[in-house]
Ligand binder design. Structure first.
Ligand code: 5RP
Length: 270
């Protein structure tokens, strides 16, 4: 039996009723996924105790964790890894802290773009992976919160690997990263301008056909002159909390991951 978390959500779909049907289907999927994120976020928030110092990543899932923490009026202190998370923590009245005050954090809660069975990850769709890696490295425990669409057999299945680079070095970094066998592309905003990170740098997204040795690739990418940090995370995650159709599931080991994927596949085929 899956030990499904208690967090079930009441959902009202009134807003998308106004939209045309194609859009409505897309919105429906999005809302469903958002519901899974909320279920997993609620479970992650339960791990935060009064007096703890907790690192927070970035993204839509972490935003749900912050909301859940605000809802339970958490009395922990939070070290955000991006301006967006910092803003939300502040707006919702939670206590802010920084790595200048605390060298060691009790916990880090973050999202991810891809997670494999060994809990290796690709992160950085929000371009905040450099600070996230720094904050995670200061934490005693790292908890990753995702919806089930983020679980993959092999990293690189869907996502490119984001690499934060100095703007000065971006052209030469693109050539160097291509030599590692990937297809690098400068990340741009909808207006076509380079996307700029919270620290004033650029992001190069490198699409690899598959990432067979995440730890090796993580190290190799960082040798690129001008590369600050890349979005492959290995050996940092303790627990993965996954939101899905049935609520959420806490994965503590590779076997948990494999069992969950097997059961999920079975239930989706039924
Ligand atoms: C930001 C990240 C995010 O954690 C990751 O992109 C997941 O985001 P979301 O929860 O919005 O899917 O790494 O740099």
């Amino acid at each position: 039996m899956l030990d499904i978390c208690e967090a079930y959500l009441i959902f009202s779909g009134t807003r998308e009723n106004d939209l045309i049907s194609g859009t409505r289907a897309l919105v429906g999927v999005h809302v469903e996924v958002e519901r899974w994120k909320i279920a997993a976020a609620g479970e992650a928030a339960k791990l935060v105790e009064r007096g703890m110092v907790v690192g927070l990543g970035s993204g839509t899932t972490v935003a749900q964790v912050v909301r859940a923490l605000a809802e339970k009026k958490s009395e922990a202190a939070f070290v955000p890894s991006s301006i967006a998370t910092q803003r939300l923590v502040n707006e919702l009245g939670l206590k802010l802290a920084s790595l200048r005050e605390y060298r060691r954090l009790d916990l880090m809660i973050d999202g991810a773009d891809e997670v494999d069975a060994d809990f290796n990850m690709i992160k950085g769709r929000g371009g905040a992976h450099t600070r996230e890696k720094i904050v995670a490295s200061a934490a005693k425990r790292v908890v990753i919160v995702v919806d089930r669409t983020k679980l993959v057999k092999r990293l690189g299945e869907k996502m490119p690997v984001p690499v934060e680079v100095l703007p000065f070095a971006y052209k030469s970094a693109i050539h160097k990263l291509a030599e590692l066998g990937g297809k690098p592309m400068l990340r741009t905003t909808p207006s076509g301008a380079p996307f700029v990170t919270d620290d004033g740098n650029y992001i190069i997204d490198v699409k690899f056909r598959e990432v067979t040795k995440p730890k090796d690739l993580e190290a190799k990418i960082d040798y690129t002159p001008g590369a600050i940090e890349n979005g492959i995370f290995t050996g940092v995650t303790d627990i993965v909390i996954v939101g899905y159709e049935g609520g959420c599931k806490v994965l503590r080991s590779k076997q948990d991951f494999i069992n969950f994927m097997r059961r999920l596949k079975g239930s989706l085929q039924r």
